[in-house]
Design a protein around this ligand. Sequence first.
Ligand code: PLP
Length: 344
Amino acid sequence: MKIEKLLRENIKNMSPYSSARDEFKDDVTNMVFLDANENPFESGVNRYPDPQQKALKAELSKLKNVPVNQILLGNGSDEILDLIYRAFCEPKVDNVITLPPTYGMYKVLANLNNIEEREVLLTTCFQPKVKEILEVADKHTKILFLCSPNNPTGNSFSNEAVEVLLTTFKGLVVLDEAYIDFSSEKSWLERLNEFPNLIITQTLSKAYGLAGVRLGVCYASAEIIAILNKIKPPYNVNELTQHRALKRLLVIKKVQEEIDALLEMRAKMMEKLKSLHFVEKVYPSDANFILIKVDDAVKRYQQLLKKGIVIRNRTTQPLCENTLRITVGTKRENKAMCSVLNEL
Ligand SMILES: *Cc1c(COP(=O)(O)O)cnc(C)c1O
């Protein structure tokens, strides 16, 4: 597959903004920096951040076993998804495919970028309809969005289906692995180099506990990463974010302990939910949330809200009639929710 062929014409031809920090890359010790119009008085953040986030990428590279030139960082995965749209999708000409019920940002970004979005519903078991997806694609279909584990359904897509799509679909496949750390399935990251059209996105917002700092991670071929690098805002990941994210990656054992604790509580919560008379179905989960089908989602949502428990009502999503999505919280939070559920 020729990635170059998928690229928008204006992106091919543009040259990126060259920042002061980009132009000067040599050893920085004992240098006098009068090149970027910064305020020289030291505050910890008076200098522009590293536009290539070298320290952070080096740690991620070690952790995930992916070379630095195959990693791009963004202001949350949402910025990365937007960059992918802007690099490859010509407004009013190209289209993308999404598989509802799924993460809402794919559609929002399609609308924002004036890109047609074609929807192919998942099966009733929330798996991709491979044949239908391939039929809906045409020569202007640039991106297929796969979310696995999927939000809001919580399940992982079958590896066979993903592999067929990766090898048969003639555009880019964006595989959103925001919840991969909670999954019983392996990440596709170790097979990244087998598929030149594969873009994997992950995030520090969920398992890593850093939703507030906004850090999304994108893994792809060096060629795709170079394209996204060319169009990203030069300082898209700020100094505070780089600092906190690196700090977190350096205590990866602690992150894993939290994930283990959440998985244990997820199992407990699942059992509890199954025992409730108004719960008709508890869907399996490979994520840090559980989707349930209840007798009357609007009513149950309101009842919980009145008692101070906020969950997500997903009843208006396709295939999700009368479903609620519940995030796994701390022991205390889960207990609080369960005691309210018991009273209903
Ligand atoms: C939460 C979530 C994200 C995270 O987005 P960020 O912008 O990195 O916080 C991405 N994809 C899915 C499917 C999610 O549910």
